[in-house]
Design a protein around this ligand. Structure first.
Ligand code: MLT
Length: 331
């Protein structure tokens, strides 16, 4: 056959084969064809923002389009989540959130317009960080026991900062109040970044903060840790006792950052993004960075959509029950 005619015949054949392929397959091959938005419902500079930027950079490299963080802050993460749930489910908007406030939002805020389990497609867990009980540098108590004794003798006097009502840093301190039987004054911020600044400058007394946020300040000794709210001591700060060792039973809280897509986002998109994240999560670059950030790669199968789905449903049940039975409220 004459060459141009042969080429034309081949291209007609290729076009007809493409037309026979399911539309989603051809579409998935082209994904992403424009920048992708990662909604972070807390302030820039905090843990959720830091993790979103860390993985966003890797996604941009692997998938060839910018994955850009958009901070949509307020109401303990509910403002940004309300925005994400309404976004077109086309693979160009994701929500990067801390799992505890994500699932607690509807139990705390009448204005939360979503169900954290049924209105989102889970994509992957990204990082986990222990919660440290930290006080301003010159706070009188030197141990958790002294802190709790002070709290009992001075109801409502200790102020604690959080990333907003319903955030992980708020929920952890509410649990501390319940378990220890003390009352403290809650000062909500729009992210743990600004909350920690006020702890460092001594405007507030304490925080239940994520290692990821407070780790560098603990190293610099601008704040002090009284305990870590997990079963074992951490590698980063082995001198800090666990809550149980320090005399407080049952206060185990972990901050887990995850990524979700609005319900209806095509399965090939979820697969492409979760595989790229899983690959990034195993890389030395991310593992080393997470260690520097006093945090870890999620355990078990939580990097997978199914693993995150199970975890989100368990956390939703746990926090909804805890909030209802304990009377935790927003302020
Ligand atoms: C929280 O729930 O406390 C958030 O992780 C805070 C933040 O990312 O700033």
């Amino acid at each position: 056959m004459f060459k141009p005619i042969r080429l034309l015949a081949r291209s007609v054949l290729a076009t007809s084969i493409l037309a026979l392929l399911p539309a989603t397959a051809a579409w998935a091959q082209a994904y992403p064809s424009k920048p992708v938005s990662l909604i972070v419902p807390f302030a820039a500079g905090g843990p959720t923002d830091t993790i979103a930027r860390l993985y966003g950079e890797q996604l941009s490299k692997t998938l060839g389009q910018p994955f850009l963080v958009e901070n949509v802050v307020g109401a303990g993460g509910v403002t940004g989540t309300n925005r994400a749930v309404k976004a077109a489910p086309d693979g160009y908007t994701f929500l990067v959130h801390n799992v505890a406030p994500h699932v607690a939002g509807p139990a705390l805020y009448a204005g939360a317009t979503y169900n954290p389990v049924s209105d989102f497609e889970p994509v992957a867990s990204l990082a986990e960080a222990a919660i440290y009980i930290v006080v301003r540098k010159d706070f009188p108590a030197k141990t958790l026991k002294e802190f709790l004794d002070y709290g009992k003798a001075n109801p409502g006097k200790i102020s604690f900062a959080s990333a907003g009502s319903g955030s992980a840093t708020h929920l952890a301190c509410e649990l501390l109040k319940l378990k220890a039987g003390i009352d403290m004054l809650h000062i909500p911020y729009r992210g743990t970044g600004p909350a920690l600044n006020d702890l460092i400058s001594g405007k507030v007394d304490m925080m239940c903060d994520q290692g990821l946020n407070v780790g560098q300040q603990l190293k610099a000794e601008t704040v002090r840790a009284l305990a870590i709210a997990q079963d074992s001591r951490s590698k980063a700060f082995p001198e800090v006792p666990t809550t149980r060792e320090a005399g407080l039973e049952g206060l185990i809280v972990n901050a887990s950052t995850a990524i979700y897509a609005p319900k209806g986002t095509p399965a090939p998109v979820i697969k492409a993004v979760s595989e790229a994240l899983d690959q990034a999560g195993r890389s030395d670059l991310i593992l080393q960075r997470l260690e520097q950030l006093v945090s870890e790669r999620p355990s078990g199968d939580r990097m997978t959509p199914d693993g995150l789905k199970r975890f989100t449903a368990e956390e939703f049940a746990k926090w909804t029950t805890t909030i209802k039975s304990s009377g935790i409220k927003i302020n």
